[in-house]
Design a protein around this ligand. Structure first.
Ligand SMILES: C[S@@+](CC[C@H](N)C(=O)[O-])C[C@H]1O[C@@H](n2cnc3c(N)ncnc32)[C@H](O)[C@@H]1O
Length: 373
């Protein structure tokens, strides 16, 4: 594997902003648990997750939720991806969206994830190699895969991806909240997206809906909210269940989702996210809690048919299983968003993009970026 080290970043500077660092709040957070340790914990957790056979997957207690999540991501991709688009998939994981991008007939794909094991699985999927006896189709678009921390302050992604950018679409599915461990990382995440998208380009994503989580927390007796498939636990530092609007970063909780997640995550206050995104030239196009998303897009017969095919709600026949109330409650903990980068497309720059032909990725083609502490 190719390895790179970066000592400092040449990425664009941070714009002026309203939310100032809260040294007291941040140092309190840093004293107990260094974000670096938590970031490693997240990376190790996802890297260690093994692939499942089709039978194991179907037996998962959250299989319908997983199918619903796939439906939501598919709808976002179908709505915003155009044939030939160049796509940047931040926190691409095991490449669970590769088939969706292939169906959208994109022209180029770059996937980045902090978990080396997941990127290796993504490579296998991309190449169409059989996995657990599952036949897979090879992806038809050229691609590049990178192991790295998408929100690292020391990694200048605009330089790393200089020959790949600008992208028409940036996608960050179920991962943006990992950047909210502190303000600098949250800003770096948005700065990276903005620097790499073309003017007029689209940023699509899904992440926890902080409004719902905080509301449930306040309604709960203790510091935990849960049902049979998930639990969210806040530390004693949040015993008063009050969150200062002056320090919206570093609000950590532990999230466990049966058969899917078990690691630290951070609250993303959407109003702050929206305003901060505007500072980086990214304007809100759409935000919908998953429940609202389902109700709204199920009015479209094309997406009803897609839902039937994916089987998240069963296939309509009475003997078919469907999403359970507990899974549906978890869906309510998430939202989908779409942002658009301000400006008009710069055709000259888009045409400069390096033409890539290959549709096979070897192990040694994966670039590994390690930043120095
Ligand atoms: C819930 S999974 C989602 C994976 C994929 N986007 C999907 O929808 O299938 C979250 C992913 O975020 C990745 N991740 C977490 N923090 C990251 C970081 N700082 N940089 C890159 N990837 C990160 C994890 O390794 C994991 O693959």
């Amino acid at each position: 594997m190719m390895k790179r080290r970066y000592r400092d970043s040449q990425s664009q500077g941070q714009p002026r902003h309203k939310w100032r660092y809260n040294p007291e709040g941040d140092s309190g957070f840093l004293k107990d648990e260094k974000p670096t340790n938590l970031i490693t914990q997240v990376a190790d957790y996802y890297s260690a997750r093994t692939n499942k056979t089709l039978e194991q997957r179907e037996a998962s207690p959250i299989i319908h939720l997983k199918k619903l999540n796939n439906w939501i991501k598919s709808v976002l991709i179908q709505l915003y991806a155009r044939r030939g688009d160049s796509v940047l998939d931040l926190a691409c994981g095991k490449g669970g969206d590769l088939i969706k991008w292939d169906k959208a007939m994109i022209g180029y794909y770059v996937g980045i994830d902090i978990a080396a094991g997941s990127v290796e699985d993504c490579r296998t999927r991309y190449n169409g190699d059989a996995d657990h006896h599952q036949r897979r189709n090879k992806c038809s678009f050229p691609a590049r895969l990178i192991v790295g921390d998408c929100f690292d302050l020391k990694v200048p992604f605009d330089r790393v991806l200089e020959r790949d950018a600008p992208f028409d679409i940036c996608s960050c599915q179920f991962a943006m909240h990992y950047s909210w461990s502190n303000e600098a990382r949250a800003r770096r995440a948005l700065a990276n997206v903005s620097a790499l998208l073309r003017p007029g380009g689209t940023f699509i994503g899904t992440m926890p809906d902080a409004n719902v989580i905080i509301k449930k927390l306040r309604e709960a007796e203790g510091l935990e909210i849960s049902n049979s498939v998930y639990s969210i636990h806040f530390g004693e530092e949040f015993a008063r269940k009050k969150f200062k609007s002056s320090s919206p970063f570093g609000i950590k909780y532990n999230f466990q989702l049966e058969d899917a997640v078990d690691c630290p995550e951070w609250i993303v206050a959407f109003n702050v996210f929206k305003k901060m995104a505007e500072e980086y030239g990214l304007d809100l196009v759409l935000v919908k809690n998953f429940h609202e998303f389902v109700y709204d897009f199920m009015k479209n017969p094309e997406f009803v048919e897609l839902m039937r095919r994916l089987g998240a709600l069963g296939d309509g026949s009475p003997d078919q299983s469907t999403i359970s109330p507990d899974e549906w409650e978890v869906a309510n903990l998430y939202l989908a968003f779409v942002l658009r980068k301000r400006g008009q497309p710069d055709r000259a720059r888009a045409n400069n993009r390096v033409q890539r032909e290959h549709t096979h990725i070897a192990k040694e083609d994966i670039m590994v970026i390690r930043s120095e502490d």
